[in-house]
Ligand binder design. Structure first.
Ligand SMILES: [Zn+2]
Length: 153
């Protein structure tokens, strides 16, 4: 195929036809690279572009995972503090009902009836609760604390 044959084609010549015509005309330039835009051009990412896309996706994923972990931790802390508030309130109710002093320490079995059939609260982060004396705030082994602790009998 030569350049003059291109006129007989019903569509523009593809890369291979063009290369064949070029090498027929210039046989000493066999390794020339022909770049053309058209239907025969392969649309592909280069390795460099692919690496950038993968790096960006990785960065976004790491940010999302970190944000999710922080949100989860904050929610667990909130739920645990709420549980500690409930436990403290039930301790006070128990102390009033049993006319117990603030130095007494109710057991888990003592407090369970005050939860109205619900099970005793569980720390969502897997911590265990120490009920403690009536005058002390209950504590969680996972490090959650009652921030604003007020005690009055
Ligand atoms: Zn906790």
């Amino acid at each position: 195929m030569d350049f003059k044959d291109f006129g007989r084609l019903d569509r523009p010549p593809c890369r291979y036809q063009l290369k064949k015509a070029m090498t027929a005309r210039h046989p000493f330039k066999r390794n020339m690279v022909i770049r053309m835009k058209g239907e025969h051009q392969a649309q592909a990412f280069s390795l460099y572009e692919l690496c950038i896309v993968v790096a960006i996706i990785g960065l976004l994923c790491s940010m999302a995972v970190r944000g999710y972990a922080k949100a989860r931790e904050a929610t667990q802390r909130e739920v645990c503090v709420e549980n500690l508030e409930k436990i403290h309130a039930m301790k006070v109710v128990w102390a009033i009902e049993h006319e117990a002093g603030d130095g007494r320490q109710p057991s888990l079995a003592d407090l369970e009836p005050f939860f109205g059939g619900e099970r005793f609260p569980i720390c969502p982060a897997g911590g265990t609760y120490v009920i403690g004396k009536v005058k002390d705030p209950p504590s969680c082994s996972a490090g959650h604390k009652l921030e604003s602790f007020t005690y009055s009998l």
